[in-house]
Write a protein that binds this ligand. Structure first.
Ligand SMILES: [Fe+2]
Length: 243
């Protein structure tokens, strides 16, 4: 056998071992494993569409997923719940595919009319995902990620515990990334300043209990001093402070 074929076989064996390891983690039958792999291919494909539309929103979605998963672990969620949270976070802004470039990519302040257009994106995320039966929970989590704890958010003005738990976590992670990530027109805020901002709006905009957990978790993450993060579904080392 040629050296090239040998290398190919080795990588196939390694890949298979990784697949079996993943199946064991989730206690899956071979059929369920194939379904999971197809599911993840669909997730990746839809996210590639978002990347083509707006590279920043794609990176933002990955970072929000990383924050959500970290805080989800801090809150003691099961592996299955963490998985649902990760996919929901990856997809929370997928509806931005339907926002015109002139609004989505505008570097300056939006007009009232443009802001109304932007505010349609959670409903659009829901519309994109809800038809696909396996994405239904994620569709609901994405739909409500701009609801505020005091009931003054959108699209439906849900309040407190009526807002799905994962949507409340996504909102905090989303706002944190919006504050700390660097854009071409402004530098990201330091974590401490963003923490103070989250605390100020705990109880009005954000669920106060999750804010406490989030800050504790992000402080630990910051102390690890790692430049990159990983996700379960999308492979790669992603930069924590990418623009
Ligand atoms: Fe959003």
């Amino acid at each position: 056998m040629s050296k090239k074929n040998n290398l190919y076989q080795l990588s196939a064996i390694k890949e298979n071992r990784e697949r079996l390891k993943a199946a064991a983690t989730f206690n899956l039958s071979p059929l369920e494993l194939v379904q999971k792999e197809y599911f993840e291919l669909v997730v990746k494909t839809v996210l590639s569409a978002l990347k083509c539309k707006d590279n920043y929103t794609w990176g933002h979605s990955l970072r929000v997923a990383y924050f959500c998963v970290s805080v989800g672990r801090e809150m003691g969620f099961s592996d299955k719940e963490i998985y649902e949270l990760e996919v929901s976070a990856l997809f929370h802004d997928i509806g931005k595919i339907g926002v015109p470039d002139s609004v989505l990519l505008k570097p300056s302040r939006l007009t009232d009319k443009e802001f109304l257009e932007m505010k349609l994106h959670p409903n659009k995320s829901y519309e994109i995902l809800a038809e696909f039966p396996i994405f239904q929970k994620m569709a609901i989590n994405a739909k409500y990620h701009h609801e505020r704890f005091d009931g003054r958010g959108y699209p439906d003005g849900l309040k407190g515990d009526d807002i799905p738990l994962f949507s409340r976590i996504i909102l905090i992670s989303d706002t944190f990334d919006a504050m700390t990530s660097t854009r071409p027109y402004r530098k990201g805020l330091p974590f401490d300043v963003a923490f103070a901002e989250l605390k100020e709006f705990a109880g009005t905009q954000f669920d106060p209990q999750i804010v406490d957990k989030f800050i504790a978790c992000m402080t630990k993450e910051q102390n690890k001093n790692e430049a990159t993060f990983n996700l379960q579904i999308i492979q790669g080392d992603f930069k924590k402070n990418a623009a």
